[in-house]
Design a protein around this ligand. Structure first.
Ligand code: ATP
Ligand code: MG
Length: 391
């Protein structure tokens, strides 16, 4: 039986005059992500994208899995395609929904007619199909309040569709609809989650990583690249910038008061990140910081960090507990990679007693002990870039 996937819009449906711009970005995302599967027909009508695998050897499970990671889609319905007649809806849908109904105890039928010209009204469709289901599956009873399975009939322009339940989509708005952001990507748990969250709100993500060889290894960098790869499922292609940071860190160690080391390092990271952002058309910086998680993430420290930034700094994990961040990391499948035990440049020189309540005045004074401009310019100059592609 012919199967199709209906992708229902989330917030895009509410976008008024801008709706078609958002729609075309989402269509582009869908086309790009389904390209690898071969021939799939993708069309849109009535705030729904129709995804129709055109060949037998396309694995629909995999297609659905891919679609479930595309921002802008709130629900996915995998359904059978039927002729637009009451007879077909009642008789031809049974085999398709059989597996769902066999293991249920209760059900209800809902019907929606986008085509108001269809001669049978929704209550009639529900009664007829409901009756047929009770006849075919005598173990079932109807429960209109909390059914195990909702059988949904949608009568649309060309066809009728029947399915036995929605799957959750990724939600959010299409990547590309909110500008581009430069994500500071470490090898930790939080920053990939931050990238995912910004992409969910439509941002294209570029990533910048600071490494400090020989204190940090190639394998540590490869781990971060792997994290960038993992988030492409949601974010699409990610331009990955890698900044050599050793010289700056060693100079910090030698020239600046130890208790200001971390905060100065963060300010210098931000300076380099924003130069790369400006050079490459990103409008904001993103970090994985969460308020109060560590000494450099107190509000005092963040005020001092932000004072070094011209661009806005977004911190989508700011109000999340570590356990909540981990839940997202597991969902997007970055957690297992993040916990691989490689060194990060942040952990190479850590002060014994970092200032948790630095004042901006003291921080700026400590930073002024050295003229950083040449070193910053050199780090930007020597930054390498690699396109991490969605496969
Ligand atoms: P994460 O799990 O993201 O590493 P964390 O809790 O370990 O976060 P920190 O190490 O203090 O926190 O880093 C805070 C934020 O600074 C990170 O979320 C990331 O955005 C950025 N960051 C830290 N180290 C690096 C690095 N080596 N390269 C790029 N960004 C970094
Ligand atoms: Mg970290």
């Amino acid at each position: 039986m012919k199967e199709i996937i209906l992708c229902k819009y989330g917030e895009i449906a509410l976008k008024g005059l801008n709706k078609s711009t958002f729609e075309s970005m989402m269509m582009k995302s869908i086309r790009r992500r389904l390209k690898k599967f071969g021939e799939i027909k993708i069309t849109k009508a009535q705030s729904t994208v129709y995804v129709e695998p055109m060949s037998e050897d396309i694995d629909t499970d995999e297609v659905v899995d891919r679609l479930s990671k595309i921002f802008g889609i709130i629900k996915l319905c995998r359904c059978c395609v039927l002729e637009k007649s009451l007879d077909s809806i009642i008789n031809d849908s049974i085999e398709y929904i059989r597996p769902d109904l066999e293991c249920a105890r209760t059900f209800k039928v809902e019907a929606k007619r986008s085509d108001k010209k269809f001669p049978h009204k929704s209550p009639e469709i529900c009664i007829e199909l409901g009756g047929k289901i009770l006849q075919e599956f005598p173990h079932l009873t109807v429960d209109v309040h909390k059914p195990d399975v909702v059988v949904m009939v949608e009568v649309r322009e060309q066809n009728a569709f029947v399915h036995a339940g929605n799957l959750d989509g990724a939600g959010g708005i299409p990547v590309g609809s909110s500008g581009k952001a430069m994500l500071l990507l470490s090898g930790g748990i939080d920053s990939p989650v931050a990238g995912y969250m910004m992409a969910k709100r439509g941002a294209v993500i570029d990533a910048v990583h600071f490494e400090a060889p020989p204190y940090t290894s190639d394998r540590a960098r490869m781990k971060v690249e792997q994290l960038a790869k993992k988030i492409t499922d949601y974010c699409g292609d990610v331009a990955f910038y890698c900044v050599p940071f050793t010289k700056i860190q060693e100079t910090l160690r030698d020239k600046c008061p130890e208790e200001y080391f971390t905060i100065l390092m963060r300010r210098l990271m931000m300076e380099i990140a924003q130069r790369l952002a400006e050079k490459n058309g990103a409008q904001a910086l993103v970090t994985g910081e969460s308020l109060g998680q560590v000494a450099s993430q107190t509000m005092y420290a963040m005020v001092c960090t932000d004072a070094a930034c011209r661009l806005p700094v977004f911190r989508p994990c700011i109000g999340l507990d570590k356990t909540e961040i981990i839940d997202v990391a597991r969902k997007i499948d970055t957690f297992e990679t993040s916990i691989l035990p490689y060194e990060d440049c942040c952990t190479v020189f850590t002060p014994r007693h970092p200032k948790t309540r630095p004042t901006l005045e003291a921080v700026e004074k400590a930073q002024a002990l050295y003229d950083w401009e040449d070193m910053i310019a050199e780090a930007v100059e020597q930054t390498t870039v690699k396109m991490i592609k969605l496969e």
